[in-house]
Design a protein around this ligand. Sequence first.
Ligand code: PLP
Length: 401
Amino acid sequence: MSFNPADNIQDLQYFGEFGGVNPSISDSSTYTFLSAKTMFDTFEGNADGCYLYSRHSTPSNLYLGKALAAMEGTETANVAASGMGAITPVLLQICGTGDHIVSSRTIYGGTYAFLKNFTPRLGIKTTFVDITKLDVVEAAITKNTKILYCESVSNPLLEVADIKGLSALAKKYNLKLVVDNTFSPLSISPAKLGADVVCHSLTKFINGSSDTVGGVVCGTQDFINELRSVNDGASMLLGSTMDSLRASSILKNLRTLHIRMKQHSFNAAYLADKFQADGLITVYPGLESHPSHQLFKSMMNAEYGFGGMLTIDAGSLEKANELMELMQHKNLGYLAVSLGFYKTLFSAPGSSTSSEIPVEEQKEMGLTDGLIRFSIGLDNDIARTYQIMKACMIEVGVLKK
Ligand SMILES: *Cc1c(COP(=O)(O)O)cnc(C)c1O
């Protein structure tokens, strides 16, 4: 049987302590022990099934982690209070002073800032590369390199990483391949393609209702144990723990992710096709014009589509801003950062989510002033939405009549 992430989530079965169809929410920061000996063993990490203190783990967090591990096909997972709260401990767990990271240069602004500005203070250096060129990636690897870091589909340029190719490099040089899969849940299963660690910001598509931040690290039991170690685990000691109430609400939203992703992908594919036909510079991995269209196709779980993210170039920041304000006025979506909401969200990354990246570097990677990033919503009638969007584009002069 082939791997299907949504079926794996559906196949899990758990009940609440009173037979509720949802697991009960654990509402405690600390846990009692029947014997002092068990408490000691739990501290030593030798008492499976015992809870100690909720920064370490909680039943609710373990349920959510289990479902996300099933989705990614990894042994286990650890949830965190935010995407950054998941990603940064992974990097700090694997790397120490003197170590080196090779990272894609087109990544989430916060991760970029962490690697560019923060980790050098700890003596960890990062080389940023064009992740789509495996020879360039390989040339950047040094004897101190510990991690290859990328996003399956990158923010905001929607570049696609060759995860199998990167995994082969990681194996050759004994590195860990860490992949942020926030933009392509269900569509791409990085661990199945050879990634060692898969991270998500749950804030985006997975939770899907823009009401919380959250994150997860999916990986081997050994690696997750390391992150959670009371002695030297970065997740445990840096303390970005998710609250149980949030874990239970994200778990409930996760169960409709497959339905939502299909609709996000359907709507984004429809708009991308139309925008391109109208003559706009449109980037969407589902378009044959996308440089990595075939690569995405070769990696994807086809039924979930090419995802809900697309970009267009409005020509200038002024035009982009004018268009976004008008689209919001017409209630086509919101001028907001983030992604994965039921409404379409749009922003100009150069002056917002990627503003951590110096303007010179933005130019070099092809991040233009007029770029608008869309997270396409769950619109029931996308053809109707398109007609109104097109009228907006004509009104501000991004499209000719
Ligand atoms: C939002 C985002 C993050 C950070 O997640 P938070 O939940 O905001 O901490 C990391 N990576 C990607 C690709 C994102 O879109």
